[in-house]
Ligand binder design. Structure first.
Ligand code: GLA
Length: 386
C-alpha cells in the first residue's frame, strides 16, 4: 500500500482533513543475541519494511485507534491511557502513550491514529518495536513534546515491559528508532554509545529466511532466560560483585565461572559472555573487509544459541543446517529472540537464487512447513514521511 492509499483509508475512517504519516522499521540482528539485557553489544540493522502511523490531532479529549491489519478498534479517554487492555494490539501504542502520561506531559486534545504494518508478525523481526517506536515518534512530533530520539526509544522499551509483559532489552527499539540506511548499529547496551558501521558485503547479500514457525516471546521462555542471567550475576557476585554479565571478559568469566553451581545457568552465562566477544570481533572483521571471518562468527553465534542458550529448536536449526550446505553461504544464524522466527544468512550474489530454491525445498521436506525468504535492504530508522 502506498502513502496515498493509506491516507485514503484514514479519510474513509475518520473523515476529511489533514493527516500526517510516520514510519518506523523492523530490524534484523546480524550478531549479538540475548546480550542486550546483559549490558553487552548488539549489531542490528533497520529493514525497509515496518509500521506506518497516520495521525490527526483533534480537539476532542480522546484517542481513537484503528489498524489496517487487525479488526479490533477502540476509543480511549485521557484517564484510560495508563491501563493495558485485555490482550489487544492496541496495547503497544497505548503502552507508549502511557509513558508520555507518566512524564506528566499534558495532551492538549486527543488524536485519531491509524496503523499499517508490513513486517511479518511473529517472525522475530520486531513488528512490535516498529509499532511502539512509530507511535512514540508520531506523538512526539504532532504534540511537539520535544523529547530526543533515545528517550523515545527507551519509552518504547518500557511500553513492551509494562503493556506486553516482555522484559526485553533495548536492541529492537533502538534499531527501529536509530537505524541508518546501509549501516548496522554497533551498540553498547550498557552505555547506549553506538557506532554506525557501513555494511559492505562485497558481492554478497543479507537473506532472511522465515521458518514460518512463529516465535512466542510472550510464552515466558524469553523472561525465563532473562531470569537465568540474573541468577548467574547473583552467583558470580558472591566472589566478584558485578551488575551484569556484560562487565566480564571471557577470561574474567572463566576465572569466576566455578561460582555458578547450576550447569544450566553456567551454560547461559557462557553464551552471553562469549557472544559479546564474538560481536565485537565480528564488527572489527567487517570493518576490515574480512567477510568470511564475519560469517564464521555468525555460525559460532548460532551454535552457542543452540547448545548453551537453548533458544533455537527444530525449525531454526534445520533452516541453518540447510543454509550452510549451499555453496556461497558465508554465514547463517538465527536472529532475534529465537524459539521460531527467522534466520539471517550472508549469501554470495550468484548463490541467492539457488539458496532460496534449495533451502526452501529441503526445509519444507524436513519440517512440513513452507518457508519464506526476503533479500534484506537496510533502511532508515523512524521518520516522518509527509
Ligand atoms: C528480542 C528482544 C531483544 C533481544 C533479542 C535477543 O528480540 O526484544 O531485546 O533480547 O530478543 O537478542
Amino acid at each position: 500500500m502506498n502513502i496515498q492509499d493509506l491516507k485514503s483509508k484514514f479519510i474513509e475512517k475518520y473523515g476529511e482533513g489533514e493527516v500526517e504519516v510516520f514510519f518506523s522499521p523492523g530490524r534484523v540482528n546480524l550478531i549479538g543475541e540475548h546480550t542486550d539485557y546483559n549490558g553487552g553489544f548488539v549489531f542490528p540493522c533497520a529493514l525497509t519494511f515496518g509500521t506506518y502511523c497516520l495521525v490527526r490531532r483533534v480537539e476532542r479529549p480522546s484517542f481513537r485507534f484503528a489498524s489496517l491489519n487487525l479488526p479490533f478498534e477502540t476509543e480511549l479517554n485521557m484517564d484510560q491511557l495508563t491501563t493495558p487492555l485485555d490482550d489487544k494490539w492496541v496495547n503497544y501504542p497505548l503502552g507508549v502513550l502511557a509513558q508520555f502520561v507518566k512524564k506528566e506531559i499534558q495532551f492538549d486534545g486527543g488524536a485519531d491514529l491509524m496503523f499499517y504494518g508490513n513486517v511479518p508478525n511473529g517472525a522475530g523481526l520486531s513488528s512490535s518495536a516498529a509499532l511502539e517506536v512509530v507511535t512514540a515518534v508520531a506523538i512526539n512530533d504532532v504534540f511537539q513534546t520535544g523529547l530526543d530520539r533515545v528517550e523515545l526509544v527507551k519509552m518504547s522499551q518500557k511500553a513492551e515491559h509494562e503493556f506486553a509483559g516482555v522484559h526485553c532489552g533495548i536492541m529492537d527499539q533502538f534499531a527501529s528508532g536509530m537505524g541508518s540506511k546501509d549501516h548496522a548499529i554497533f551498540l553498547n547496551c550498557d552505555t547506549l554509545e553506538y557506532d554506525l558501521v557501513p555494511v559492505k558485503l562485497e558481492g554478497a547479500k543479507i537473506v532472511i529466511s522465515n521458518t514460518n514457525s512463529p516465535h512466542k516471546l510472550d510464552s515466558g521462555k524469553y523472561n525465563e532466560r532473562v531470569a537465568e542471567c540474573t541468577a548467574a550475576v547473583e552467583a558470580i557476585s558472591k566472589v566478584k560483585p558485578i551488575k551484569n554479565l556484560g562487565e566480564l571478559s571471557l577470561e574474567a568469566f572463566n576465572s569466576v565461572a566455578d561460582a555458578i553451581e547450576d550447569q544450566v545457568i553456567l551454560n547461559r552465562a557462557r553464551h552471553v559472555v562469549s557472544e559479546i566477544q564474538r560481536t565485537s570481533d565480528a564488527v572489527a572483521e567487517l570493518k576490515s573487509g574480512n567477510i568470511d571471518v564475519f560469517g564464521a562468527l555468525m555460525n559460532a553465534s548460532h551454535d552457542s544459541l543452540r547448545d548453551d542458550y537453548e533458544v533455537t529448536g527444530l525449525q531454526l536449526d534445520t533452516m541453518v543446517e540447510e543454509a550452510r550446505k549451499i555453496e556461497g553461504v558465508i554465514g547463517s544464524r538465527m536472529t532475534g529472540g529465537g524459539f521460531g522466527g527467522c534466520t539471517v544468512s550472508i549469501v554470495k550474489d550468484d548463490a541467492v537464487d539457488t539458496f532460496i530454491e534449495e533451502v526452501g525445498k529441503n526445509y519444507e521436506a524436513r519440517t512440513g512447513i513452507k518457508p519464506e525468504f526476503y533479500v534484506a535492504e537496510i533502511g532508515e530508522g523512524g521518520c516522518k514521511l509527509s
